[in-house]
Design a protein around this ligand. Structure first.
Ligand code: FMN
Length: 165
């Protein structure tokens, strides 16, 4: 299966916990992401506590469906000691996409919730999880066994390709 051409946003999940080995495999994929100067600015919080997940589902107007997920991964980045701090959110974006693709490859489904760069959402997640002061929240990713499926939308548009020859 080629997850690039299969992955979709999955917002409904079966009531079934995701095995720890699968969660670790997903995070392994996240940590294989390239990063500016190879700085690997990430840390990952894996939330399975029902009450915390319920609180996280309320941090943005678009994260309500997280409440039904068995797992929410919260990728964060370190604020200090980075070689190229201005690239931290870009680095995390690549890690987040790897996480999404590996989730799909394992037969699971998930959805990325936009948190950074919205200061209020970043602070809200930080507060819910009582995170250390020296990290910033990048995103949230709800995942589980999918309770919905659909074909991926075809977004290929040749008119967006510009050869300079
Ligand atoms: C940076 C980013 C932020 C997103 N934030 C949300 C969100 O807050 N809530 C949500 O339900 N989906 C969110 N999504 C999912 C997009 O809505 C979804 O990827 C897009 O509609 C394309 O659909 P597909 O993922 O099924 O291909 C986000 C996706 C990205 C890449």
């Amino acid at each position: 299966m080629d997850s690039i051409f299969h992955r979709i946003s999955v917002r409904k999940y079966e009531v079934k916990m995701v095995e720890k080995e699968k969660i670790l495999q997903i995070l392994k994929a996240g940590m294989q992401a390239p990063s500016a100067c190879n700085q690997q600015p990430w840390e990952f919080y894996v939330v399975t506590d029902r009450e915390k997940i319920r609180e996280l589902s309320g941090v943005s107007p678009y994260s309500g469906c997280a409440a039904g997920a068995p797992v929410v991964i919260v990728p964060v980045y370190r604020k200090h000691g980075l070689i190229a701090p201005e690239y931290a959110q870009i680095d995390l974006s690549i890690a987040q996409e790897n996480i999404w693709l590996e989730t799909d490859a394992l037969g699971l489904g998930g959805v990325w919730f936009g948190i950074a760069p919205d200061r209020k959402r970043m602070d809200a997640v930080h507060q819910v999880l009582d995170l250390p002061e020296d990290v910033e929240v990048f995103s949230m990713f709800a995942l589980g066994y999918p309770a919905e499926s659909r074909p991926q939308q075809n977004r290929y548009d040749e008119s967006r390709i510009h050869f300079v020859e």
